[in-house]
Design a protein around this ligand. Structure first.
Ligand code: S3P
Length: 175
């Protein structure tokens, strides 16, 4: 049975790598944010606006407990998922967890391209964005590094990043 959960900061490429990995392994891919927005018929920014971050974290936890029980899946989480409740322990108890690690510079570069989707980073200048990523990573890395495996994506060449990440993960997990 294949149950792989990708974690890491926003902009690390969890969704992109997850989709490619699932396609190679021939198993369904789920993105936790997609799961939440489909179930509640609201975008992530709308849920933050209506319920606040605490409300979003409750829904996120609830949906994690549904999605992570599926057999034969690749699941990518939101950047904050591992950092709330006992989510990280829960994920480790039933899946191969992989932290897609990247430097604040690389993350900020990716995030500049995805404006308007991430309420926690809204309205920041490029300099503020990188500083925010840096600060948040200090708080979040202790959670992320509890993953069973770590793949450092910032070391990979941009052109072949996705295929290389998939190859490294498959070698690590022998799948
Ligand atoms: C968040 C990451 C987002 C989304 C929400 C909060 C976070 O997911 O869940 O905006 O706290 O890091 P991505 O990591 O897929 O952008």
């Amino acid at each position: 049975m294949i149950r792989i959960i990708l974690i890491g900061y926003m902009g690390a490429g969890k969704t992109t790598v997850g989709k490619a990995l699932a396609a190679e392994l021939g198993v369904p891919f789920y993105d936790l944010d997609w799961f939440i927005t489909t179930r509640y018929r609201r975008s992530v920014p709308e849920i933050f606006a209506e319920r606040g971050e605490d409300g979003f974290r409750d829904l996120e936890r609830r949906m994690l407990h549904e999605a992570a029980e599926f057999e034969d899946i690749v699941l990518s989480c939101g950047g904050g998922t591992p950092c709330f409740f006992d989510n990280m322990e829960y994920m480790n108890s039933l899946a191969d967890t992989i932290y897609l690690k990247a430097t604040p510079e690389v993350l900020a570069m990716h995030l500049r391209m995805g404006k308007g989707k991430r309420p926690l980073l809204e309205g920041k200048s490029p300099e503020e964005l990188e500083e925010t990523v840096r600060q948040m990573l200090v708080d979040r890395e202790p959670f992320y590094t509890r993953a069973k495996h770590i793949v450092d994506v910032s070391l990979l060449d941009t052109a072949s990043k996705i295929q290389d990440s998939v190859r490294i993960i498959r070698e690590m997990l022998k799948v």
